[in-house]
Design a binder for this molecule. Structure first.
Ligand code: DQA
Length: 148
């Protein structure tokens, strides 16, 4: 029914190996497969991508908008805290974007307390580990069913 995107930003290809105290033990592939499984059980497709490059993430957001995707789940990684270009890319499309962070950024270093992107997203899910991605899919499912 819906066409969704899951976009993960820099260093998230290292999930499972990278600071498991903050980001857990699952690999990105595990997380992507679980997200696809949940979405497909609700009748949706998810295209997953990860990039360590700001411009590639911007191109992917534009693609989501231009090609009429119904929703985007985005973990911009550290770009969250300073990328006005990713913020502008989110603003430039009408596709709803949900921002997800695995760790509770508010309980960490002060530079992580600011998100320059959150204000132009539909909403933000923070600190619930990989379950946050699943919650984002559930939220998009409700949105496209018109029950938000
Ligand atoms: C993160 C939080 C960011 O501060 C960090 O730079 C990341 C991951 C998270 O999912 O908790 O790369 O977005």
């Amino acid at each position: 029914m819906g066409k969704f995107m899951l976009i993960n930003g820099p260093n998230l290809n290292m999930l499972g190996k990278r600071e498991p105290n903050h980001y857990g033990h699952k690999s990105l592939l595990d997380i992507e497969n679980e997200v696809k499984e949940l979405a497909s059980s609700l009748g949706h497709d998810v295209e997953c991508m990860q990039s360590n490059h700001e411009g590639v993430i911007i191109d992917q957001l534009h693609k989501g908008g231009i090609e009429g995707y119904h929703g985007i789940v985005l973990n911009p990684g550290a770009f969250t805290h300073y990328s006005y270009a990713i913020r502008d890319a989110i603003s430039s499309i009408t596709t709803p974007v949900i921002e997800v962070h695995l760790s509770n950024v508010h309980a960490r270093e002060s530079f992580r307390h600011t998100s320059v992107t959150a204000a132009v997203t539909k909403g933000q899910i923070v600190g619930l580990g990989d379950y946050g991605y699943q919650l984002a899919i559930l939220a998009l499912d409700r949105m496209i069913r018109g029950i938000h």
